[in-house]
Ligand binder design. Structure first.
Ligand code: FNR
Length: 375
């Protein structure tokens, strides 16, 4: 009660209170190119849409009279205690949303105690983002390079800069087919927005005859197309780091089984927010079969379409250990920089707290399928 009361009276009244509102404001501020790049999906955007409808196909059946006074949203992931089961998904090139890009996001994440996953194609070097975060929790997301010494170098830099897990994104062996970007003639990579980690990488630079922006972009594009990626590459990655390794972009239960077999430490059920394989299954629909196969052996995270506290409850009840958000915080960043990301997180965390209380749940461990029905 007091929490809701303070919120209504805070100076937050002028800030949006829903992801839809943030998106509307971002639409007004950003030019078509960046806005469509952020908001859009691939192909006919069927997967983008189904990531949302999947959540409305499940309804919460709340439990009553369970004394939820001392409830907690806390979880433990890879021996790290986290305040909530919410993380910020790796999003590259954040300078297209706001000039401060990842640095503003990093400050907000640190303040909220929410882990940030930094992308290989971040607009600022990973070491600079790490500086902003101090000892706040952060992971590094790796885009595999054809030149695997470049991958090795990035992973070692991340470990040295205090990142505590490596997320290998496996659904982006080439870029998804994005009609909106074709229409707008827009490519943030071509514009040089996601080069920071490459241009500062000693191995990548050693491959260039001359370090010019143009040469670096060409080298990145060569590396971003990496269709040869396969499960044996996990062993190479394992040799480079002692950090936990997660694979991001798993949708098939057989791949989840292989991830466990190949000794991966965690799975992120993701379709890249509907930006890669259009027509792919929504993540919430993919989750139960994957959770069943994994059977608690390693953590299972989910992203793509999470927008509200109730969404978080549903994903966890269906077997996720935690969730990540992408576009919601990016819309906040576009509209209000650090303050926007902070507000998006604050809203989502409060929504989750209320949703847990009103569904009769005292802890994340309490959330299971018994409070869900298919509608
Ligand atoms: C992404 N995503 C992404 N994923 C990744 O592994 N590395 C990256 O660099 C990026 N870059 C990126 C840019 C933009 C603009 C978006 C919107 C997304 C995917 C991201 O990590 C996540 O999977 C989705 O954003 C989750 O879906 P929602 O929350 O956006 O619906």
């Amino acid at each position: 009660e007091s929490l809701l009361f303070t919120r209504v009276n805070k100076d937050t009244q002028s800030l949006p209170v829903s992801v839809e509102d943030w998106e509307r404001q971002a639409r007004e501020i950003l030019p078509d190119g960046p806005f469509d790049y952020i908001a859009g999906g691939s192909g006919a955007e069927e997967t983008l849409a189904s990531n949302r409808t999947a959540f409305s196909k499940w309804a919460i059946v709340p439990r009553m009279m369970r004394d939820v006074t001392n409830r907690t949203m806390g979880i433990t992931l890879f021996n790290q205690s986290l305040r909530t089961p919410i993380m910020l998904a790796p999003v590259g090139m954040q300078a297209i949303a706001h000039p401060e890009g990842e640095l503003a996001t990093a400050r907000a994440a640190k303040e909220a105690g929410v882990p940030l996953v930094v992308s290989t194609v971040s607009a600022h070097p990973m070491e600079r983002i790490a500086e902003v975060m101090g000892d706040a929790p952060r992971w590094f997301q790796l885009y595999w390079s054809n030149d695997r010494e470049v991958s090795a170098s990035m992973v070692k830099r991340a470990e040295a800069a205090g990142y505590s897990a490596i997320v290998l994104t496996v659904d982006t062996i080439m870029l998804g087919w994005k009609r909106r970007d074709f229409r707008n003639g827009y490519s943030p990579l071509r514009e040089g927005k996601g080069m920071a980690n490459y241009i500062t990488d000693p191995v990548l630079c050693s491959r260039l005859t001359e370090v010019t922006a143009e040469n670096v972009v060409e080298e990145i594009l060569k590396n971003i197309y990496h269709p040869a990626l396969n499960w044996n590459d996990i062993a190479f990655l394992r040799e480079q780091t002692s950090l936990p390794i997660l694979v991001k972009g798993i949708l098939h239960p057989d791949d989840a089984r292989l991830a466990v077999e190949y000794g991966v430490d965690g799975i992120i059920v993701s379709n890249h927010g509907g930006r890669q394989m259009d027509g792919a299954i929504s993540t919430l629909e993919a989750l139960p079969a994957i959770a069943k196969v994994v059977a608690g052996k390693i953590p299972v995270l989910l992203d793509s379409g999470v927008r509200t506290g109730a969404d978080v409850v549903k994903a966890i009840a269906l077997g996720a250990n935690a969730v990540m958000i992408g576009r919601p915080f990016l819309f906040g960043l576009a509209v209000a920089g650090e303050k926007g990301v902070a507000s998006v997180l604050d809203t989502l965390i409060h929504e989750l707290d209320v949703a847990m209380a009103l569904s009769g749940s005292n802890s994340v461990a309490d959330l299971n399928e018994s409070i869900l029905v298919r509608v």
